[in-house]
Design a protein around this ligand. Structure first.
Ligand code: NDP
Length: 451
């Protein structure tokens, strides 16, 4: 039995359905880092892997709040403080009915290696709640956020743990959370990132994840001697923060984005999607994408019920590059097969772990350039760290400075991942390169810091 199979077997004993996504993320990392574990016995001697896959602590709490009908509502809140070997715990908050401990453990685990890849002093964590902001009034969202912070504030702080946004948590939610933190602690400090600019946020934080994904894609295609994205057909899934900014940056470099999706269905607009309309529908009015075809009658809308079996409408569209930016496991083996058959050259993950393990294996075996989320979408957390720096020094960086540093960071991550893959004999495998480079830095810090 190989070292990777041995480790996986050991951890599998604790497996349960809720933890499936966490084990999926963990298995991928273990297979990738096996050559490193075999070549350097320090990691086994210090039981680094055994220590890394268990969060430092999981905080779980009750959140009670009053809805607009004055009825008491009860939700569950979480903060998974996974690993702080490299800096304060850092990772977003997700508000979505699907949130549970397993999903947050998967996201927190990925966050450790992602944050390590940025080269910045940040550890890994994640949190959130099963609260669904969809369909709630602004007042209800505010009441939930203040109730959530009543408990969360005990565990966070600029040098302890600095949450940010994720699915269901944007500038509005961060504003309410920050307001309550400030009130309870009587201090105006950077305990949250993703704040609006006029009270402590960084310029470009909203754009950072999406723009960073495109910068990574450009860098990877250049290293792998592929063509540029200019004039190429690209498909994007999702219609939230990450997807909209991926679309915006792709359009800025003259790529043609023909799709997007939400949890109800997908749009295909052959002439290129209308970003202004998308922003109006998803950011201002927060309605279904179906309304897109009321304005653009030549575009098509496919509802999720019409998706092919185990597949997703967006990935059946022919494209040069695909950008999954909605949610985990949204690109299946069936989807990977259609992308390959339709000549797709590159898949760049904007969402966290949007591709299944089987899809990744198939894409890689067909030499599709595959960029894993923990490297490609690290721009968001990098600019969050820039926000922490600005808050700590009471400085305000210009848009141009943040953009330049973001671009540099994404190019640096890409080169480092590519070089690491080459050093470990898996040239072109960005999954293994990212896992090994991310793991090594955290592991070395853990050894140096003792048990
Ligand atoms: P948002 O809440 O802004 O948007 C999520 C989008 O995905 C929404 O349009 C949502 O549709 C859609 N969606 C959700 N589930 C599905 C599904 N099953 N099929 C198709 N579409 C779906 O979240 P973000 O854009 O912030 O996050 C997207 C992904 O990127 C997540 O994986 C997140 O963890 C990751 N990420 C985000 C970062 C950030 O800075 N925001 C940083 C790094 C990673 P609907 O409108 O119907 O809800």
């Amino acid at each position: 039995m190989s070292i990777a199979e041995n480790k996986i077997k050991k951890f599998e004993n604790n497996n349960c359905a809720e933890n499936n996504v966490f084990y999926q993320a963990m298995e991928e990392v273990i297979y990738s880092i096996a050559p490193l574990l075999e070549s350097d016995s320090r990691y086994a001697r210090h039981a680094i892997l055994e220590r890394l896959v268990v969060p430092d602590r999981i905080i779980k709490f009750k959140v009670t709040w009053l809805d607009d009908s004055n009825e008491v509502q009860v939700n569950t809140g979480y903060r998974v403080q996974f690993n702080n070997a490299l800096g304060p715990y850092k990772g977003g908050l997700r508000f979505h009915p699907s949130v549970n401990e397993g999903i947050l453990k998967f996201l927190g685990f990925e966050q450790i290696l992602k944050n390590s890849l940025t080269g910045l002093p940040i550890g890994g964590g994640k949190g959130g709640s099963d609260f669904d902001p969809k369909g709630k009034s602004d007042f209800e969202v505010m009441k939930f956020c203040t109730a959530f912070m009543t408990e969360l504030h005990k565990y966070i702080g600029p040098r302890i743990d600095v949450p940010a946004g994720d699915i269901g948590v944007g500038a509005r939610e961060i504003g309410y959370l920050f307001g309550e933190y400030k009130k309870i602690t009587s201090s105006y400090e950077g305990a949250l990132t993703g704040k609006p600019y006029f009270f402590g946020g960084s310029l470009m934080r909203p754009e950072a994840t999406g723009y960073g994904v495109v910068y990574f894609a450009q860098s990877m295609l250049e290293i792998e001697n592929k063509e540029s994205l200019e004039g190429k057909i690209c498909t994007v899934s999702g219609a939230g923060n990450v997807a909209l900014h991926v679309i915006e940056k792709l359009q800025a470099i003259d790529a043609i984005v023909v799709s997007c999706s939400d949890s109800h269905g997908a749009i295909y607009d052959q002439r290129g999607v209308d970003l202004e309309l998308l922003k109006e529908l998803k950011l201002n009015r927060r309605v279904s994408l179906q309304e897109y075809v009321d304005t653009h009658t030549e575009a098509t809308y496919t509802s999720v019920d019409e998706y092919p079996k185990n597949g997703h409408a967006v990935w059946s569209i022919a494209c040069y590059a695909a950008f999954p930016c909605a949610t985990q496991n949204e690109l299946s083996e069936v989807d990977a097969q259609s992308l390959i058959e339709n000549g797709c050259v590159s898949v760049v993950e904007g969402a966290n772990m949007p591709s299944t393990s089987e899809a990744i294996a198939l894409l890689q075996s067909h030499k599709v350039c595959f960029a894993p989320a923990k490297a490609a979408n690290a721009g968001g957390v990098a600019v969050s760290e820039f926000e922490m720096s600005q808050n700590a020094s009471m400085a305000k960086w210009s848009y141009a400075k943040v953009d330049e540093k973001l671009k540099e960071t994404m190019q640096m991550i890409c080169k480092r991942v590519a070089l690491t893959a080459k050093d470990y004999g898996v040239e072109g495998n960005y999954v293994d390169g990212a896992n090994i480079a991310g793991f090594k830095k955290v592991a070395d810090a853990m050894i140096a810091e003792g048990i």
